[in-house]
Design a protein around this ligand. Sequence first.
Ligand code: SAH
Length: 229
Amino acid sequence: MRFDILSVLPELLESPLNHSIMKRAQNKGLLEVHTYNLRDYTTDKHRQVDDYPFGGGAGMVMKCEPIAACMDELLAERSYDMVIYTSPDGVTLDQHLCNRLSMMDNVMILCGHYKGVDERIRETYITMEVSIGDYVLSGGELAAAVIVDSVGRLLPGVLNDESSALSDSFQDDLLAPPVFTRPAEWREKKVPDVLLSGHEKNIDTWRYEQSIERTKKRRPDLYEKYLKG
Ligand code: SAH
């Protein structure tokens, strides 16, 4: 799967996408991430990517021309399954959307900055607007990194133990059960006996029950969804 990410600060994407699982996914050739600095698509000598908002008010707005130039170039090279704009007013990213995106081949992501991008870019190029939650970030780069990480780890072959992604929270609208590692007793707190029993069926049942309990208590909204199937 290939991600092309357009940004005025691509440096912000380097660390989150070049370590651990994301690095391995790219080294294995399962995931490609290309970043583009929108300043490289400006034509003026100040390499200006933003301008004052029409109608006045605080903050700057990302200009149409550099974004259009970069997107036109990419769109001429390949077709994209989705052109995403990261935005607080988009659909909220959840595991279902991650699963859906993980089936795609080419996804473009535009990161906003300042007050956001000129609305006409959204109308012309964007096929999906995605928010990572009801709060405001200073730029879309962290949101893009969240999208690439949450989608990238679902690609077949990225996680060593393939069943691992399937047992994570949200995969079946349930939260994950608690996990423990050695030592079996720590500060007089014991690991539940069943996990030490080696009895696979009982362990599965215990984990399932814990998932149900946890979801009921912490996320009644999600539990409703689970019951509806
Ligand atoms: N004026 C905008 C916020 C701009 S924040 C508004 O009130 O809606 C600057 C940029 O950060 C946005 O253009 C967007 O790309 C990114 N961003 C901020 N919060 C985000 C969120 N919750 N999810 C995804 N992207 C976000």
